[in-house]
Design a protein around this ligand. Structure first.
Ligand code: NAP
Length: 324
């Protein structure tokens, strides 16, 4: 089969398109014919060798994919050839193997993909929707009637968080850095859209929340925003750090004076039970149409290098996917 491989850590041009052996399904395993692959920022950190996850070389990158079941191993009862599925989880600790025409997973790492959802949309489910649900509903413990600020709402995790919040009766303020992104987040559940490239853009948050501040902040770039988040958060607020690209200096007194919780999340830390609960909830949202992943860009698998550049560029617009 065709696949992208990394033979050495480095810039995007270490991504090589070529031939690798087809996977075969062992006991309890399933081979998927991949129809769409999700490109996540973490794929670029792992490829560059700057992430805690450092797979043995050479490796096939990527943690998100959707497609149809091609073959099932002994002991698999829940899936049969032709079933539409998306992957949520990895075979080992390396969170990879998805940038390929076929993918091997344990049966319990697959989720059914409803007929009303495209394969490209299925490729947005594992990391972006899994992370958004984990951050908002499990770690952030959001409740109907609360207000969440999605700080960085125009990308894959942000748009997922907007839709999940809207479906749960949680009021949303979102931020984006382009006109297109601001329009997008208004369409997908943000009652108010703020431009995070404009000076003073957070000044409006107090008025928008009746002077109280957001109960929850989902933060996509904590090294830039954590200090401001602590200033604007409501008393007893929760700030969930999803994305961070460097160190930041805070005054912990701010957290003390407001009883703030600053909560980190890393999706791979999620227990199997919590992960099952996440995907059960997401599956219902896909089926009833309240969750509708936004696909901003589709590229052929052979153009993975361009996809790695695109996923780090400003002006995010939902999800970037590769098509094998
Ligand atoms: P993405 O699609 O590239 O989106 C990035 C988002 O960050 C966009 O909305 C972007 O807005 C926004 N952003 C840019 N500058 C910002 C600023 N100054 N303040 C606030 N937001 C800003 O990436 P993603 O897949 O949604 O992931 C978002 C982040 O979460 C990444 O850092 C990723 O590595 C991380 N992540 C972590 C986990 C975890 O387990 N902790 C899981 C998934 C993702 P504009 O482009 O419109 O400016």
């Amino acid at each position: 089969m065709k696949a992208i491989q990394v033979h050495e850590f480095g810039d995007a041009d270490v991504l090589r398109y070529g031939d690798v052996p087809d996977p075969t399904a062992g006991p309890g395993q399933v081979v998927i014919k991949v129809a769409a692959i999700g490109v996540n920022p973490v794929d670029t950190y792992i490829r560059a060798g700057v992430h805690l996850i450092r797979p043995a070389l050479p490796f096939i990158p990527g943690s998100d994919a959707a497609g149809t079941v091609l073959a099932v191993g002994d002991g698999v009862s829940g899936f049969k050839t032709g079933d539409r599925v998306y992957a949520a989880g990895s075979l080992g600790d390396a969170w990879g193997d998805c940038y390929a025409e076929q993918l091997l997973r344990r049966a319990e790492q697959l989720c059914p993909l409803p007929d009303n959802v495209s394969f490209a949309q299925g490729a947005a489910m594992g990391i972006p929707y899994g992370t958004a649900y984990r951050a908002l509903m499990q770690r952030g413990a959001a409740k109907a009637g609360e207000t969440v600020l999605v700080h960085g709402a125009s990308g894959a995790v942000g748009t997922a968080a907007l839709q999940i919040a809207a479906s749960k009766g949680i009021a949303v303020i979102g931020t984006a850095g382009s006109e297109r992104g601001l329009d997008l987040i208004r369409e997908h559940g943000a009652g108010h859209a703020l431009d995070h490239t404009k000076a003073g853009y957070l000044d409006a948050v107090a008025d928008l929340t009746g002077g109280k501040g957001p109960d929850i902040i989902l933060e996509m770039l904590a090294n830039v925003n954590l200090v401001k988040d602590m200033e604007i958060a409501a008393k007893y607020g929760r700030i969930v750090v999803i994305g961070n690209r460097g160190p930041v200096e805070i005054n912990a007194r701010e957290a003390m004076m407001k009883d703030l919780d600053i909560i980190g999340i890393a999706l791979p830390n999620t227990s199997a039970d919590d992960m099952a609960a996440i995907h059960a909830a997401l599956g219902k949202g896909l089926a009833d149409g309240s969750l509708n992943p936004v696909i901003g860009k589709e590229l052929p698998l052979a153009q993975a290098i361009e996809a790695h550049h695109a996923v780090l560029r400003p002006g995010a617009y939902g999800k970037i996917v590769l098509i094998p």
